[in-house]
Design a protein around this ligand. Structure first.
Ligand code: SF4
Length: 455
């Protein structure tokens, strides 16, 4: 069969389909593993092509026997549009991914079959059923893939110019209310054998790699063993980690540095202990007062800290933006991803907001983390948007960006003598550009009265 696997285009984000063919899409392209993994478990007798709409134009033709689309909530609208067009031409369409796993009945209306959960165990069976003309409507398994049995992703079908991606573990026991990871991938951390991860890393042509793990600090001993095995591979890498481990375990930091770590992404989410308790961010509750101290501890190892902050939680009042900004200035963090709380289907927060009648729209294209799609508790949607614009503008003003880059070069120079050091300045400029684009849109929508969906 001829199989086309599609990643639908993004309307919002650091890189969107509007950046196609621009240098920024090469510099800050985001390597994905989802479709290369699906391609890897596709029997060799089939022809497979991966198309990412953010980098390549999609042609809707009937030259394919099967189209598989990976769907996130933000791309659901576009994914359904593409699926409908292919189906009009008689091409079979299968949908999978986070959004489909959360809302399979919705997705089914646009597909011949849906894959619920991780695809590795289900995809080969689905292909066999299709060949026999016995395609089922839903593919689901209670058993999660055994990571010691999964092949390496087909990176030959999806090359990213500057960085490559790898995954060592799946799952997260923490279960924060706003995050779909624990529900979709499970609360048990499944681990690939370290030798498989090392072989996989060796096959990546890029110098810089991004770990696509929910967090590399969930199984400390496994990660330390992985870092030891990574010594000497000559890679520079970025990963997600939790602050309670990164701030306290010096050996962990040292080993990660020796393995080539250049940046930890840390989900701070909020500077309020009350909020962290309410959203069940257990890893952060007891260390919130030490965020700043821990950031600097990580930086002392020559590793940058980029964090995530979310606004719009129930305890947040309009002054949350200023207090958060002041804290960030004090910590001297290297970059922050500012997000408006987005209740993704499949999360505890979505279910609660649904029950409370606070979801303002189910236009999934607005689930971007830069729109307000629910009614906040202690501020108006407009105040949330104004605060988001204020903090993104102030934090990513040119003088602050330059100050952060100089600070980074100051503490990282003795450790880094490679172009990978440029990943941090690049990130700051990319974020600055992204928030500027979003602010312009929000200002326009506030003027014409479309910024807040009417229920
Ligand atoms: S936000 Fe991080 S720690 Fe919380 S559930 Fe998601 S992956 Fe786990």
């Amino acid at each position: 069969m001829r199989i086309l696997l599609i990643e639908p285009r993004l309307e919002h984000g650091i890189i969107t389909y509007r950046d196609r063919l621009k240098p920024i899409s090469i510099i800050y392209g985001n390597p994905s593993l989802t479709l290369p993994m699906v391609a890897a478990v596709t029997p060799k007798k089939h022809y497979v092509k991966i198309l990412n709409e953010n980098y390549e134009k999609l042609k809707i033709t009937d030259e394919w026997d099967l189209v598989g689309i990976s769907v996130l909530t933000i791309t659901a609208k576009r994914a359904y549009e593409i699926a409908d067009k292919f189906r009009e031409l008689g091409v079979k369409v299968v949908l999978g991914g986070y959004h489909v796993s959360a809302l399979p009945d919705e997705a089914k209306q646009h597909a011949d079959a849906v894959v619920i959960g991780e695809a590795e165990n289900l995809w080969p069976q689905l292909l066999e059923d299709l060949e026999k003309g016995k395609l089922k409507e839903k593919y689901f398994s209670n058993e999660k893939p055994d990571l010691s049995k999964i092949p390496n992703p087909r990176r030959d079908l999806y090359y990213n110019f500057l960085s490559g991606a790898v995954q060592a573990t799946r799952g997260c026991p923490v279960g924060c209310d706003f995050c779909p990871t624990s529900k979709l991938l499970g609360r048990i951390v499944r681990k690939r054998p370290i030798k498989d991860v090392i072989e996989d890393i060796k096959s990546i042509p890029n110098k810089v790699i991004i770990f696509r793990d929910a967090s590399l600090t969930l199984d400390i001993e496994y990660s330390k063993a992985l870092f030891k095995a990574m010594r000497g591979l000559g890679k520079k890498w970025i990963a997600n980690g939790n602050i309670n481990v990164l701030g306290r375990d010096e050996e962990f930091l040292r080993l990660s540095k020796e393995a080539g770590c250049i940046q930890w992404f840390v989900g701070f989410e909020s500077i309020s202990k009350e909020t962290l308790k309410k959203i069940h961010k257990m890893t952060n509750i007891n260390v919130v007062e030490k965020y700043g101290e821990y950031v600097q501890k990580i930086q002392k190892h020559g590793i940058a800290v980029v964090g995530g902050m979310i606004f719009g939680f129930d305890e947040d009042t309009p002054d949350v933006f200023e207090t958060t900004y002041n804290a960030l200035e004090e910590w001297q963090v290297d970059g922050i991803e500012f997000n408006i709380l987005t209740p993704y289907p499949g999360t505890a927060i979505y279910e609660r907001f649904e029950r409370e009648g606070r979801i303002l729209t189910k236009d999934w294209s607005k689930y971007s983390q830069a729109h307000v799609v629910f009614r906040p508790k202690k501020m108006t949607p407009e105040e949330l948007l104004e605060g988001y614009m204020w903090i993104t503008k102030k934090f990513y003003s040119m003088d602050k960006v330059l100050k952060r880059i100089l600070h980074h070069f100051g503490y990282a120079k003795e450790y880094e003598k490679s172009p990978a050091l440029l990943s941090l300045p690049t990130l700051n400029f990319a974020m600055r550009r992204y928030y500027k684009i979003e602010r312009k849109r929000i200002e326009r929508e506030l003027r014409n009265g479309t910024a807040v969906p009417s229920q």
